[in-house]
Design a protein around this ligand. Sequence first.
Ligand code: ATP
Length: 824
Amino acid sequence: MSHDLPGKHRMRLAVLTSGGDSAGMNAAVRAVVKAGIVKGWETYVVREGYEGLVRGNSVKISQHSPTKSVTTVPKSVQHNALVHNLRFGDGELLRSGEGDAAERSGGKNLKGRYIIRVGWDDVRGWMGEGGTLIGTARSAAFRTPEGRLTAAHNLIKEGIDALCVCGGDGSLTGADVFRAEWPSLVDQLRTKGEITEAQATAYAHLKIVGLVGSIDNDMCMTDMTIGAPTALQRICEAIDNINSTASSHSRAFVVEVMGRHCGWLALVAGVSAGADFIFIPERPPLGDPWEDEMCDAIGLASCSHRKEGKRKTIVIVAEGAHDAALKPIKAEYIKTVLTERLGLDTRVTQLGHVQRGGRPCAWDRILPTLQGVEAIKALMESTPETPSYMIGINQNKVIRVSLQEAVKMTKAVTTAIEARDWDKAMSLRDPEFAETLEGFSITSELGHNGYLPEEKRLRIAIIHMGAPAGGMNAATRAAVRYCLRKGHTPLAIHNGFKGLLDDHITELSWLSVDGWMARGGSELGTNRALPDIDLGGVAAKFQKHQFDAFFMIGGFEAFTSLLTLEAARQHYPSFHIPLVHLPATISNNVPVTDYSLGCDTSLNALVDACDAIKQSASASRNRVFVVETQGGKCGYIATMGALATGAVIVYTPEVGINLDMLRNDVHFLRNRYNLDQKGKAEGRLVLRNESASSVYTTDVITKILKEEGASLFDSRSASLGHTLQGGVPSPLDRARAVRLSLKAMEFIEKYAEQINKLPSTKRKAPRESAAVLTSQGSQIVATPVQDMVQHADMTNRRGIKTWWEGFQALAERMGGRSELAEES
Ligand code: ATP
């Protein structure tokens, strides 16, 4: 759809990145550019953030024609948006970082030009690059009214109608100021004669939208900012590495992480890496003095970590941390306290800019892609009457919120902190923040003062089921630590239901699970045996070991086991206890839940593998790699993997594969390779779920593409297999594991109390007491297993409805698939 204005050029959109760089900014620019082109717009990037807007283009070049003449593609596709906006030649300059080079072979450089036309292929391959390829800056000039006037003039001179700003709270505040001032800026320019009356009328309204690119996750009204998951990953990788040396030398480490006004990184890293103590701005330690509180927890009190036998200590401090009187708490001072009062050999590690850098993790590719597409929709619908939007994510849905409101609320957090109103500061963060903090306390603190009265203490059995998934061990650790705080007995069943029948059950201690946050696989051992291998035997073991609750961590097998156990309650009294299932499977095929533990780890493993494959595919000649993913009959991993890797075609079991599809895909690839620059090898990815078709296997598709690619492109296959289970679980999986596991414990206590009120001869568990803990948006809902059945496709072992439906088409659209599939 074209959006030409009457008597005016085609709609022009510019995108800039501003403030501190963050992983995922390139994916955001790529998505905005591609989605803009699909809508028929001309797309521009502004180099060096707002500074580029102020500097504008002092050097004029004729840049509005593509460098590629289209000769080999069929007529039917020659005039579509992608072909028309294919390449303007500056993408490579931006990527090579030679934008300001005075001379460049070939004669073209970007010196003196900050607002640059880009096409579809100029942003190709940007998804996997860290930082921002278009540059960012902190612009003092843009903070001044004169600077913003010049910026407005430059935008109008270049004919830009719409602006997308990707940056942190400062950058979006700048965007909000610019939006509010725009009419007066246009008026001033008109009065000064800098622009014509016609221009003043045509540009009376600037469409502006914000994407939150910030590693701190400090913006309100969105659950996650672009770059925060990757920064968290960098921090956890570093702490995982520090753990081994800390343990070897029995040392303490104080790790300083970024976050001036927001403790999200310190908090979630604290939970995910299993730290001993954390300092965040929103909730300073309230002990008076806090030094006592920290030393008690780590080494002084009788139930401190060191007295329990820990050989290492990790303290995480956000750079903006302070005490309850707002006095900054610095890493060096914490070190002094630990050294002098506890006699610990203590080191400080400042992670600094390491946190910003590097390749984006899967979520930092998916989120900016979804949000970039939404930004374009918001700009299309923007009128002088609609507010300017910030694109966020809430309850797992990409949303638009008022830019002004979001900026206001974010400022309110800083004000609340300055006013020492910690409850308010916490309440302005999303609800998960408070839950994560509680999770940190529960899983890190030792002590018996939380013990429940004797009659409420339970014997809680924990079992792993099905294939291993990242986060299973983290969930178990959280459950064990919760149990021990409350006086419950955590009973680990080793090796699934077979182990239960063999009485392979042990009690776990606080220390024995200490290192489990970072461990992949299943420490308890897992297999696919279901309880119906010997239901009577299983019931007898429940009775023998006096289980008061049964906690299953696993995938579809655990779900079906729960169904079996619940149905068998009518025959076996020992099953009249709370039965709860925490979904953990890389396939993410448990119905109703948005996420299962392990699927984030798996997507990261897929992204790592595909980045390497793509590099190889592009190294020597044009090559299409058909990459097979696991996932059973569920296309989650393949679909989200395609969004994260920029795969151009994705085959899923939900949609299947047929001959017409394959024919179209061959046409698409031929058209696409015909458009590529000659002499430059390009690799492309096709993702195929292992069960997408029993006839059109990965091998068959690879051969078809090889045959049909002829001299244009070659084809190879790769099967990712079990590598998708990932090694070390991702921080998001670990943090989710803790949150879900603690919800499971809450659920168990609630229903155990209800059931145990009844005399033992009449004990009957209510149907709600057999449930799956489902993630629904930001809520965790215990869904009775009986209610799950109506949402399950039991034959295909997956949910009937999925929230990622439609993303397959989106992934392919971002690969240009829908534009170029016509027959030649
Ligand atoms: P990070 O979260 O990484 O710090 P940020 O976007 O918050 O990123 P800032 O340095 O605060 O980074 O802001 C980036 C730029 O946004 C500033 O250099 C300035 O050009 C612009 N900006 C910030 N606040 C304002 C404001 N109040 N008015 C105009 N422009 C502003």
